[in-house]
Design a binder for this molecule. Structure first.
Ligand code: SF4
Length: 182
């Protein structure tokens, strides 16, 4: 077992004082660097950086991070949710480490998706069928893991958007986002 416990730190993001959400960090006493390339193989399309080293990905709409000495979960409703998410992450880390002989570590670094890149692959009609006021707003939430691509109905229903839908599917899959079933 690589991680036996972590020390929880909670804070409210200073960049958004209006939010009720908490960011959570779990400080650990072991070096997690060796497991990160294995996690990058297990988690489809997480954003991996060898420089820090770190891995960032989305789980249940929360941005999760693994760094050498800490793990993190963003936008938690309260301490209970923070602990549930970090406990899940610890289990994933330990299971991945336990199975590392069967996993090919992955060192590929995929740059994070930007809202404007997603926007260019949406219909850009601001039709509001997804419930968002604009396509850019939808793109921003999709990148943050708060919406899924399937929520943009016209993109998948109309033939004229087929190429955009395919390109978006590829970009999302590279980074481990959920994509609509073919
Ligand atoms: S449903 Fe799609 S096209 Fe319509 S506003 Fe939402 S993202 Fe834009």
């Amino acid at each position: 077992m690589l991680v036996r416990k972590y020390s929880l730190r909670l804070y409210r993001p200073k960049c958004n004082v209006d939010t009720e959400k908490l960011n959570a960090f779990g400080l650990v006493s072991v070096d997690l660097s060796p497991v990160i390339p294995y996690l990058n193989a297990v988690i489809r399309g997480g954003v991996y950086s060898s420089l820090v080293p770190s891995l960032t990905f989305y789980h249940e709409g929360h941005m999760m991070t693994v760094q050498a000495r800490q793990i993190g979960a963003a936008a938690c409703a309260d301490e209970a949710e923070a602990r549930r998410l970090l406990d899940w992450l610890v289990e994933l880390i330990n299971d991945t480490w336990h199975r590392r002989d069967q996993i090919q570590p992955r060192y590929e670094e995929v740059p994070p998706l930007k809202p404007l890149e997603v926007y260019k692959l949406l219909p850009a009609t601001n039709c509001r069928q997804c419930g968002e006021p604009t396509c850019l707003s939808f793109a921003t939430k999709l990148v943050a893991g708060q919406r899924t691509a399937a929520d943009c109905t016209p993109l998948w229903a109309e033939d004229r958007y087929r190429e955009k839908a395919q390109a978006l599917t590829e970009e999302l899959m590279r980074r481990g986002y959920e994509v609509p079933a073919a």
